[in-house]
Write a protein that binds this ligand. Structure first.
Ligand code: FPP
Length: 269
């Protein structure tokens, strides 16, 4: 894939809001993707290609999270959601799971000063109560430390699975109906969204752009509700090699797409 030069000025210039003020003109060509979600895949294959253990790939993956966080923040991304550990990843060998649970600790212990300097606010979503205590504590501390930052939101999905998220939302809605706090007929799409783990992101809850690295073409139980109208971008690069230049490339591809949300383009109207 041809890499475009990282041209932050150009990207910032075309940044606009989603609102068009006219509901049936739903095209968003040229818009900047305010919320980008990434399935960071390929750490293991990257390590294998370098004749190193899988943990080496995860460490390189963590280092690339730092690089891409700064790049995305400087490009003007408002929310960067990163799939760091899925509810299915517990099936991996214990050593690898332990290493992956140590990564957030290493990441936040070394990166909080730069997150503060970049004005980045950390959010962590997932079934956090199931994390080892040390991992859980460091994630809550990172959220507390950066709570007053009002720049980009760095949103980690940690012990996250979309079907489990939707199931928990349905259970909670069921409880509210049983308690007569909610009438079944009053349940609408907004109700569902408000019960998902992305609800704190408000109007930015749904990613504009999903990127998956390493050449795999799957969603892997990631944000199944929220990705309903997202643009998809697949890269052959393993996550540790996915560069800021390719992020800019993905954004440029996004900006060339015509998102119609089921409506018509302005040209066809
Ligand atoms: C998938 O690659 C990647 C993961 C399961 C872990 C992703 C985690 C990081 C990139 C680091 C996270 C950093 C922080 C700060 C929490 P894989 O292991 O499935 O690769 P493979 O498909 O090539 O084996």
């Amino acid at each position: 894939m041809k890499l475009l030069p990282l041209n932050q000025k150009k990207l910032l210039k075309v940044k606009t809001t989603k609102s068009q003020g006219d509901d049936h003109l739903t095209t968003s060509k040229g818009h900047f993707p305010e919320h980008i979600a990434i399935i960071m895949d390929g750490n293991g294959r990257w390590a294998k290609a370098h004749h190193r253990p899988r943990a080496f790939g995860h460490k390189a993956g963590m280092d690339n999270v730092k690089t891409l966080t700064k790049a995305a923040s400087r490009m003007g991304v408002k929310v960067l959601t990163l799939y760091a550990f899925s509810t299915e990843n517990w099936k991996r060998p214990t050593d690898e799971v332990n290493y992956l649970m140590q990564l957030p600790i290493d990441f936040f212990n070394t990166f909080i000063p730069e997150l503060m300097a970049e004005n980045v606010k950390v959010n962590v979503m997932g079934f956090l109560e199931e994390l080892p205590e040390k991992t859980r504590k460091v994630t809550y501390q990172a959220m507390a430390d950066t709570a007053d930052n009002d720049g980009m939101i760095l949103n980690f999905a940690l012990n996250y699975g979309s079907r489990a998220e939707i199931t928990a939302a349905v259970q909670q809605i069921g409880r509210e109906v049983a308690n007569q706090e909610l009438a079944p007929d009053a349940i609408n799409e907004e109700t569902i969204s408000q019960h998902l783990m992305t609800t704190s992101l408000g109007a930015l809850a749904d990613p504009d752009l999903l990127i998956r690295t390493s050449g795999e073409l799957r969603l892997s139980n990631f944000l199944l509700w929220q990705l309903a109208y997202s643009e998809l971008y697949f890269s052959d690069a393993y996550w540790p090699d996915f560069s800021a230049e390719e992020l800019a490339d993905a954004i440029a591809v996004f900006q060339g797409r015509d998102r119609r949300f089921g409506g018509l383009t302005t040209e066809k109207k």
